[in-house]
Design a protein around this ligand. Structure first.
Ligand SMILES: Cc1cc2nc3c(=O)[nH]c(=O)nc-3n(C[C@H](O)[C@H](O)[C@H](O)COP(=O)(O)OP(=O)(O)OC[C@H]3O[C@@H](n4cnc5c(N)ncnc54)[C@H](O)[C@@H]3O)c2cc1C
Length: 315
């Protein structure tokens, strides 16, 4: 017989959202378990330098992640690192979480599994990640004030990033493998009006070059086969991000219209009573550390109300 450990609240994922939820869950008196498949910290730990998290004018991502982790542990939340959630059963009053080690149950669960940025998988991309290669315009754009940057992609994210960067960088080159953007008309019109933005259609990135930091990018025109090397200071890869939502969706959690991000209401509730979601895994329009923290806090306090207050509003 498999022994199932019982908790009040189980949080899947120990990034900014999960750790914030852990602090609030535990301080509210809930017996709180956080399950993390890697080491705690999530993508905050991947950010080379964070300059937009209130209270810290400039802090290494790894240092901020560690401060969140230590704070969370101090509140008494139980954290299991290197424990992978393999299956969720969310339908009953008790939600069951099966991991690679054992099984747990709780009346409330918070999905805080984050998202992963799609990569180009070209030579130099991994090597220069955080040294000129970025996946987040709002996070890293201000480091490139007055410099020459390049955006890869042609969807809404690429267009929004291009417009944001056009107000900071000296100039922006957009490289798109198709012959037209796949973005909202208003964004496309705005881009056309920017004097410092140049678009290269039918073009793919072949290699990112540099020494300690990015210096140039090699591009190939997919129609002519011609290659060119463009000097750049920064490369913003905007070819999409995928929420880590497969398990939750398979367990019956409703996604948004994209089919990937978990649909939440302003209380961080999903379509299943007792199941909440927070951070980059959700369809919240902003993917930042501050917003992940805010969502984690709301999710934990709403989970508390769900568990402890019989008059808690039902979805
Ligand atoms: C390179 C980079 C730089 C950035 N810079 C900034 C910045 O300067 N400022 C800013 O505000 N934002 C920045 N961001 C964005 C910010 O890091 C994220 O929006 C935020 O950290 C998301 O937090 P989260 O808790 O939702 O997800 P995550 O931090 O991704 O945490 C999710 C956690 O869930 C775990 N997990 C997933 N699946 C499972 C499973 N099945 N079982 C157990 N655990 C699981 C993951 O291992 C991960 O630790 C940056 C992002 C990147 C990638």
């Amino acid at each position: 017989m498999v022994l199932v450990e019982s908790y009040d609240l189980i949080i899947v994922g120990a990034g900014a959202a999960g750790l914030a939820a852990g602090i609030y869950g535990s301080r509210s008196g809930l017996k709180t378990l956080i399950l993390e498949e890697k080491l705690a910290g999530g993508t905050t730990g991947d950010a080379p330098l964070v300059e937009n998290y209130p209270g810290f004018a400039s802090i290494l991502g790894s240092e901020l992640a560690d401060k969140m982790l230590q704070h969370c542990k101090k509140t008494g939340a139980i954290l299991h690192e290197l424990e992978v959630v393999e299956n969720l059963d969310l339908k009953g009053e008790k939600k069951t979480v099966k991991t690679n080690k054992t099984s747990y149950e709780a009346p409330a669960i918070i999905i805080a599994t984050g998202a992963h940025y799609r990569t180009l998988d070209v030579k130099g991309e991994k090597e220069f990640k955080g040294k000129g290669v970025s996946y987040c315009g709002v996070c890293d754009g201000p480091f490139f004030k007055g410099k020459h940057v390049l955006v890869v992609g042609g969807g809404n994210s690429a267009c929004i990033t291009t417009l944001y960067l056009s107000g900071l960088a000296a100039d922006v080159v957009v490289v798109h493998r198709r012959e037209a953007f796949r973005a909202e008309d208003a964004l496309v019109t705005d881009i056309a009006s920017k004097g410092n933005v140049k678009v290269m259609w039918s073009t793919q990135v072949t290699e990112i070059k540099g020494d300690k930091i990015v210096k140039s990018i090699v591009l190939t025109n997919s129609k002519t086969g011609e290659t060119s090397e463009v000097p750049v200071d920064g490369v913003f890869v905007q070819v999409g991000e995928s929420p880590n939502s497969t398990q939750a969706i398979e367990a019956g959690v409703e996604p948004d219209e994209s089919g990937h991000a978990i649909k939440i209401d302003i209380h961080q509730r999903t379509n299943i009573p007792g199941v909440f979601a927070a951070g980059d895994v959700t369809n919240h329009p902003v993917m930042q550390i501050g917003t992940a923290v805010g969502q984690g806090i709301t999710a934990a306090l709403e989970a508390y109300s769900y568990i402890r207050r019989p008059y808690y509003r039902k979805p």
